[in-house]
Design a protein around this ligand. Structure first.
Ligand code: ADP
Ligand code: MG
Length: 264
């Protein structure tokens, strides 16, 4: 019998995670029984209305926020706090304004060391920032700054990249461009991705599967697979059909359902 070993590196398990915050002296359930298994190298998008707990979930996975219940595993090992094997990207880029693009990417690495220099140069090439190495954050666009943040995080070779509405502050044109850039990076690097967004197009364009959440308490309504080959054509009818499916999953109120014929 042939034994096939499948690597678990980059697998992310979110098992029965719940979380409450104290609101006006009372515990308020913000995440209820969240279960998602993300395969190594998979691109998962989490979408849902404002306040449904997307950022809280991402912070819990990042080890930046505690949970009340549930288990979290990255590559089969318990997540106990922030670590270098989990990269986190927020909406605001959080670059150091007094450092250049290459210094921000290098962060604690010395650029004088040739192996560090090589790694930084490779990242600059990956995120297509050649020619901007010596620029300061205020001299580059928001999209470029976000690419610097992604490069800085990827340099640490994380097993999973956690992104919380990373392109939410960008104009529509730059956002589209950044989605293409992120797709490129994912296809080259094969890092497991967990991206929070409220942009349906972004979810359909990028993901292997879309986790649709609902609010009060934050919970998973549906997990929709996106079986479209890359590169995806936003104007194709298959893309539009999936877009409609996500929209209906978001709008659908299970309490009013009688048979929900659109479910997949
Ligand atoms: P989303 O990212 O989906 O918009 P959040 O995860 O930011 O949602 O918030 C989910 C809910 O938890 C909201 O009702 C929010 O007000 C509440 N919340 C988030 N962070 C805190 C906190 N630190 N303390 C109390 N309540 C919080
Ligand atoms: Mg949020």
């Amino acid at each position: 019998m042939k034994v096939i070993l499948v690597s678990s590196t980059g697998a992310l398990d979110i098992q029965d995670v719940s979380k409450s915050y104290i609101h006006e002296g009372q515990p308020k359930l913000v995440l209820s029984h969240i279960n998602v298994h993300v395969a190594p190298g998979e691109f998962i998008t989490v979408i849902g209305p404002s306040g449904c707990g997307k950022s809280t979930l991402l912070k819990i996975v990042a080890g930046l926020e505690s949970r009340d219940a549930g288990t979290l595993l990255l590559s089969n090992k318990p997540i106990t706090g922030p670590s270098q094997n989990k990269g986190v990207i927020f909406q605001e880029h959080r670059l150091f304004p007094w450092q250049t693009v290459e210094q921000n990417i290098a962060a604690d690495l010395s650029l004088k060391k040739s192996d560090a220099r090589q790694k930084v140069d490779a990242m600059i090439e990956l995120v297509r920032l050649q020619g901007f190495e010596k620029a300061y954050p205020k001299q580059i666009s928001g999209g470029m700054a976000q690419r610097v943040a992604i490069a800085r995080t990827l340099l640490r070779n994380p097993q999973v990249l956690l992104l919380d509405e990373p392109f939410g502050a960008l104009d529509a044109f730059t956002r589209t461009h950044m989605q293409e850039a992120l797709l490129d990076i994912w296809q080259i690097n094969q890092t497991t991705m967990l991206l929070v967004t409220h942009d349906i197009d972004e979810a359909v364009f990028l993901s292997n599967r879309i986790v649709v959440m609902d609010a009060q308490p934050g919970r998973i309504k549906h997990i929709l697979p996106v079986d479209l080959p890359h590169p995806r054509n936003r104007l194709s009818s298959a893309f539009q059909e999936l877009r409609t499916l996500v929209l209906r999953a978001l709008e659908h109120d299970p309490g009013n359902s009688k048979g929900a014929s659109w479910e997949i």
